[in-house]
Design a protein around this ligand. Structure first.
Ligand code: G3P
Length: 217
């Protein structure tokens, strides 16, 4: 399973890359706002830092302007994935971009039927938002299971990119279901390394090592 970092924060991307935990980056207008950076500049910088795909989202709601925005965003690096919303205009843009070989990430997916439409439009990635689904009383992971089943039934190549990931259980369940990618904040990805028994065991080893009076280097 691939790990994408859901951020526009350059130091976070660098840290996760150094840990081998950054197979790609996803951004959205809210994350760009949070970064306080110029959109085009920050996307170009991220695209130059990593080899994997960098999702940059169009902000227009109509197909014609989405296509013009996509054209501009694609000049920012050869690893740009165009992110479009799951609307009829977004699907039309997805189909047109995919036909030209541009990878498209269809975002704001909240139903398996929406995911089916994205796959039929040739999306490289579908982004179901599990956390926001949980927020309103549904089980976001059921959505991932349904999409996995549908994509497998028809051999769709669209990758399931689990988004709106809030905690480690979302990642564990995504891996068990067989999602292709999770995108998560850096702090959630780093938290996967934590276990209190690891800390306890390490403290015991360190204390016993000190008693030996030895050093390795
Ligand atoms: O990838 C989409 C993600 O950024 C949304 O996350 O936590 O705002 O629902 P959240």
């Amino acid at each position: 399973m691939k790990f994408f970092v859901d951020t526009a924060d350059i130091p976070e991307i660098r840290e996760l890359s150094d840990l081998g935990l950054c197979d790609g980056v996803t951004t959205n207008p809210s994350l760009i706002h949070k970064s306080g950076r110029n959109f085009l500049e920050v996307i170009k910088e991220i695209a130059g830092m990593i080899e994997g795909p960098v999702s940059a989202e169009v902000v227009a709601e109509d197909h014609a302007t989405q296509m013009r925005e996509a054209e501009k965003l694609l000049t920012l690096g050869d690893n740009i994935t165009i992110k479009v919303p799951l609307t009829l205009d977004g699907l039309k843009s997805c189909k047109a971009l995919a036909a030209n070989g541009t990878p498209v990430n269809v975002t704001l997916c909240f139903s398996a039927n929406q995911a089916l439409l994205a796959a039929k439009a040739g999306a490289a990635f579908i982004s179901p938002f599990v956390g926001r689904h949980d927020d309103v009383g549904y089980d976001g992971m059921n959505l991932i299971s349904d999409i996995r089943m549908i994509y497998d039934n028809y051999d769709f190549e669209t990758e399931i990119l689990v988004a709106s990931v809030r905690h480690p259980i979302h990642i564990l369940e995504s891996a068990k279901i067989g999602a292709d990618v999770v995108t998560a904040p850096a702090k959630v990805l780093k938290s996967l390394a934590s276990h209190h028994l690891t800390d306890k065991g390490l403290a015991a080893f360190t204390a016993d090592w000190a008693k030996t009076g030895q050093s390795i280097v």
